[in-house]
Design a binder for this molecule. Structure first.
Ligand code: ZN
Length: 80
């Protein structure tokens, strides 16, 4: 029997993935941080976190400094 997982949509590519494979973030004041259990959150998939173009677009959309945002997301990348 196939197990079903709750799915969530990636904010960047808008495709649905099992929730546990996604990175959950939130924007607190103006800073993007790891979701801490309160407030609005959004999800980012493992493919997008490695995609510089998408991260660039997202950093603009969230009004983040691209360099800082990339550095912050670096810890979610595979092999780091
Ligand atoms: Zn994605």
């Amino acid at each position: 029997m196939k197990k079903s997982y709750p799915t969530r949509m990636c904010i960047t590519c808008r495709s649905r993935h099992p929730q546990h494979t996604l990175i959950r973030l939130q924007q607190k004041d103006s800073e993007v941080t790891v979701f801490e259990g309160m407030g609005r959150s959004f999800y980012l998939c493992n493919t997008c976190v490695d995609d510089e173009k998408k991260i660039k677009g997202l950093s603009k959309r969230l009004k983040q400094d691209f360099e800082q945002f990339t550095q912050f997301l670096g810890k979610f990348r595979d092999g780091q």
